[in-house]
Design a protein around this ligand. Structure first.
Ligand SMILES: Nc1nc2c(ncn2[C@@H]2O[C@H](COP(=O)(O)OP(=O)(O)OP(=O)(O)O)[C@@H](O)[C@H]2O)c(=O)[nH]1
Ligand SMILES: [Mg+2]
Length: 347
C-alpha cells in the first residue's frame, strides 16, 4: 500500500499536563489532520485546554496510566479510520517539528515501527536516565531480536495493523516496552529516527523505583519465556504470536504477578541456567538461541551484564563517596559503558 495515502493522526496520552498540552496539540496539528488526546482523569483542566487547542479528547474517568491510555487511543484512532498513529508525550519533551521525520520514514517503510531516538544527544540526557536507557535497550533489543536505538522514547509511529496483532497485557510505562518486544518477536522491523532531546521541565509522573522495577520484571519475564522456547529450537528465533504462553499468563493478574516476581528474584541465575542448557543441549539442538547468536554475544556476556546490575548500587555508593571528597570519577558511567554492549543497527 503506498503509504503517502495512509491516514495518520497524532495520539497523546495526557495526565495533568495543563501547562504544555495546548502547545503540543497546536504543534502536532501543523503536520497531521487531527490529534486525539486521552485525558486520564486529570484534575487541572487538561481536557478543556486540549479541546480549545483543536484536539479531539477521549476522557478516561479515573487515572489508569500511560499504557491504558495508549490502548484506548489505538482503538479510537482505528475507529476514526487511521492506518497509523504517532504517539507523543504531553509534557513537551517531544518537539512536534520532528513529526515529519516519522511520516517520511513511514512512507518508505509502512509496516515498520518507527521510534524516536535521543541517543545522538546523550549530553542532554541526565546521567542516571542515560545509564538506565543503555541497560534497558540491551535487554529490550535482545527480546525484540534486533537493535533498537532508544527503547525508552515515547515519540513513535505505530502502524495500527500491527498493534491489532499484538495482545497487550501490561499497563503504565511497561506497555511501550511490551509493544517493542512483541512487535520485534512478530518479525516487525523497528527503525529509528533522530528526535530532539528535551529535558527542561519537571512535570514527571515516572516513579524511578516502582516503574523501573515494573519494566524490569516484565522484560525479564518475557525473555525467560522466549529463551525457554528458543533453547529447544534449532536455527530459529522465538516468534511472537498473539495469545502465546506469555499472553495467557498475562491475562491472569495474580499468576502474572507471581511469575514476574519469581523471574525478578531469579534474575541472577536465569542466564546461568540457560548458558548451562545451551552447553548441554548443543549436541542435540544445533544452533539454538539463534537470536543471541545473531547479536554476536554469548550467555557469558549476558551473565556479566546481569550481575553488573546487582552490584551497580554499590558502585554508585563508592562513586558518591569519592565525589564527596573531591574526585570527579564517574564509575557508574564507566562500568555501564564497558560492560553493556551497544549492538549495531543493521537496518
Ligand atoms: N494518560 C496518561 N498519560 C500519562 C500518565 N503518566 C504519564 N503519561 C504520559 O506519558 C508521558 C511521559 O510521562 P512522564 O511522566 O513525563 O515520564 P518520562 O517522560 O518517561 O520521564 P521524565 O523524563 O521524568 O519526564 C507524559 O507526558 C504523558 O503524556 C498517566 O497516568 N496517564
Ligand atoms: Mg516526561
Amino acid at each position: 500500500m503506498p503509504s503517502m495515502t495512509s491516514r495518520i493522526c497524532v495520539v497523546i496520552p495526557a495526565y495533568n499536563a495543563s501547562e504544555t498540552i495546548a502547545d503540543v496539540v497546536r504543534g502536532a496539528l501543523r503536520h497531521v489532520p487531527f490529534v486525539i488526546v486521552a485525558d486520564d482523569g486529570s484534575t487541572d483542566g487538561t481536557a478543556k485546554l486540549a479541546v480549545e487547542a483543536g484536539a479531539r479528547v477521549v476522557s478516561i474517568e479515573k487515572n489508569q496510566g500511560k499504557g491504558h491510555a495508549l490502548k484506548v487511543l489505538f482503538q479510537t484512532a482505528r475507529n476514526e479510520g487511521c492506518d497509523a498513529v504517532v504517539s507523543m508525550d504531553a509534557d513537551m519533551q517531544h518537539n512536534p517539528e520532528d513529526i515529519p521525520r516519522f511520516l517520511e520514514a513511514h512512507s518508505l517503510h509502512p509496516r515498520d515501527v518507527i521510534v524516536g531516538s535521543r541517543m545522538h544527544e546523550m549530553e542532554k540526557i541526565p546521567r542516571g536516565r542515560h545509564n538506565s536507557m543503555l541497560i534497558a535497550r540491551f535487554y529490550i533489543s535482545l527480546a525484540a531480536n534486533q537493535f533498537i536505538g532508544d527503547t525508552q522514547c515515547g515519540f513513535r509511529l505505530y502502524p495500527l495493523s500491527l498493534v491489532k496483532d499484538i495482545v497487550l497485557t501490561t499497563d503504565r510505562y511497561v506497555t511501550e516496552a511490551e509493544i517493542l518486544m512483541k512487535a520485534g518477536g512478530a518479525g516487525v522491523l523497528i527503525r529509528s529516527v533522530r528526535v530532539e532531546t528535551i529535558y527542561d521541565n519537571n512535570n514527571s509522573h515516572f516513579r524511578p523505583v516502582m516503574d523501573i522495577v515494573a519494566i524490569t520484571a516484565y522484560v525479564i519475564s518475557y525473555i525467560v519465556t522466549k529463551w525457554l522456547v528458543e533453547g529447544v529450537l534449532s536455527d530459529r528465533p522465538y516468534t511472537y504470536a498473539p495469545n502465546n504462553i506469555r499472553d495467557i499468563i498475562g491475562r491472569y493478574t495474580t499468576i502474572d504477578t507471581v511469575f514476574q516476581t519469581m523471574t525478578l528474584l531469579l534474575a541472577p541465575v536465569i542466564p546461568v541456567f540457560f548458558f548451562v542448557e545451551q552447553i548441554l543441549f548443543s549436541p542435540i539442538v544445533k544452533n539454538n538461541y539463534v537470536s543471541i547468536r545473531r547479536f554476536n554475544i554469548g550467555f557469558p556476556r549476558i551473565i556479566l551484564v546481569t550481575h553488573l546490575l546487582l552490584i551497580l548500587p554499590i558502585i554508585a555508593i563508592v562513586e558518591k563517596s569519592w565525589n564527596a571528597i573531591g574526585s570527579e570519577v564517574q564509575l557508574v558511567d564507566r562500568f555501564v559503558k564497558r560492560v553493556v554492549p551497544s549492538f549495531e543497527d543493521t537496518k
